[in-house]
Design a protein around this ligand. Structure first.
Ligand code: NDP
Ligand code: 2IT
Length: 415
């Protein structure tokens, strides 16, 4: 990031004089709180909850909540920082935030998850609101958790307000929000392929993860005529040489239980324990699980086996060394802040529908999502002048475009 924006600082003295870099690196505030909840057997547990409100320079704080044992302040700080640039790239008026807890939902009962969500909201509700900060889902926070969180917010505030997105349709949710990150990722990939005069039909796609983002990415890739050969969980991956079919992916979307159990229950292909999915030959790799899952070793395997395009569905799934490798080998790489921005963009459209008590159709919102991904793709290229960079360097383009927008807002609004 710093290297990408270095030349910008040389050419714009105001950025230095007004100390813009330091002002944007530090979060506006970090809220940290205790969450006490009771297990089914009567035991009382304590977890830590967080909300990092990074910047509301261009709109109210906006970003997901993650429940995972790996959650800590450091991870949420980088996710909130990235979210600020991602949200700016959408062209919509949303600031950047992220939150969550180190709570592990994987071995908890439904009532335990409900009680945890309620206890979490008992503290978080002080800091959010439809004009202030609007959380949504992320890892292990899907429509069930959003329902419990929203219900508790409604009880505590006595207001039915759009203070959370990712809601079910019946109580203020939006069509396409569930699908948006994965579908948007594929619309972005099609934009990238279009510049190479290529189409996605018949290309081989490797996807990691088997959660909300991964499954909707796989579904859209198959619908567009690609062959999806892998899906994964934290325990390993499923390799299907002939490719998953649409019905199998839909079955996974509808299924309950752990990612590993769901994948194994399909009884197809080859289950590879404890390995990520990057060892197989593919044209396109879509990391859609978690941060740092594509290491330099995985990047080398992908390049060697002929992969020509990597687009991030997850947030920062490729290590810096992996991205450097892709760029060095002229493999197109899209950073998550651009390619996975469809989810938060649809969240912003959900906020708009909540604000004017309206509901748009699936078809209309899907079309809007396509347009937004097209705009984000254009935004990534517009700051690059060098022809080589324009061909290759989405990372630099996305950082420059996001930074320029946020920096202008910071300058315009004074110190
Ligand atoms: P889900 O909880 O629905 O799915 C997460 C998937 O990733 C599961 O299959 C999970 O497997 C796997 N996973 C989680 N941790 C690890 C790990 N350490 N190693 C390997 N696999 C892992 O989350 P989402 O699909 O919503 O999120 C996936 C990624 O996309 C995250 O990086 C998230 O920040 C990002 N994202 C999400 C958006 C959204 O709207 N939901 C929007 C934009 C980005 P298991 O169950 O075995 O842990
Ligand atoms: O990383 C992300 O963009 C999300 N988890 C979605 C955030 C949102 O507010 O919809």
């Amino acid at each position: 990031m710093a290297a990408d924006v270095g030349s910008l600082f040389e050419n714009n003295k105001q950025l230095v004089e007004l100390n813009i870099f330091n002002r944007l690196v530090h979060a506006d505030r970090i809220i940290k709180f205790r969450v006490t909840w009771q297990a089914d057997n009567g035991d009382v547990h304590v977890n830590t909850g967080y909300r990092v409100q990074h910047s509301n320079l261009i709109g109210p704080y906006k970003g997901g909540l993650r429940f995972h044992p790996s959650v800590n302040e450091s991870i949420l700080k980088f996710l909130a920082f990235e979210q600020m640039f991602k949200n700016a790239l959408t062209g919509l008026p949303i600031g950047g935030a992220k939150g969550g807890s180190d709570f592990d939902p994987s071995d908890k009962s439904e009532p335990e998850i409900m009680r945890f969500c309620q206890a979490f909201m008992n503290e978080l509700y002080h800091y959010i609101g439809d004009q202030v900060d609007i959380p949504a889902g992320d890892i292990n926070v899907g429509s069930r958790e959003i329902g419990y969180l929203f219900g508790q917010h409604r009880r505590l505030t006595k207001k039915f307000s759009g203070a959370i997105t990712g809601k079910e349709l019946e109580y203020g949710g939006s069509h396409v929000r569930t699908e948006a990150t994965g579908f948007g990722l594929l619309y972005f990939v099609c934009e990238m392929l279009g510049r190479l005069d290529k189409k996605i039909e018949d290309l081989v796609v490797s996807v990691s993860g088997s959660g909300n983002v991964a499954l909707h990415a796989a579904l859209k890739a198959i619908q567009l005529g690609a062959k999806v050969i892998t899906l994964s969980s934290s325990q390993g991956h499923l390799f299907v040489e002939d490719g998953f079919c649409e019905a199998q992916v839909n079955q996974l979307i509808a299924a309950k239980g752990s990612s590993t159990e769901k994948l194994k229950s399909l009884n197809i292909g080859e289950w590879v324990d404890k390995h990520g999915p990057w060892q197989h030959c593919c044209d396109i790799a879509l990391p859609c699980a978690t941060q740092n899952e594509v290491t330099i070793e995985a990047a080398k395997q992908l390049v060697e086996s002929g992969c020509m395009l990597v687009a991030e569905g997850a947030n920062m799934p490729c290590t810096k060394e992996a991205v450097d490798w892709f760029e060095d080998k002229k493999v197109l790489h899209a950073p998550g802040k651009a390619s996975n921005a469809g989810g938060v963009a649809l969240s912003a459209l959900e906020m708009g529908q909540n604000a004017d008590f309206s509901r748009r159709s699936f078809a209309k919102l899907d079309e809007q999502l396509r347009e937004i991904m097209h705009t984000i793709h254009d935004n990534c290229l517009q700051e690059l002048n060098d022809a080589d960079e324009k061909y290759l360097n989405y990372r630099k383009g996305a950082n420059l475009a996001g930074f320029t927008l946020i920096a202008s807002a910071a300058i315009a609004q004074g110190i």
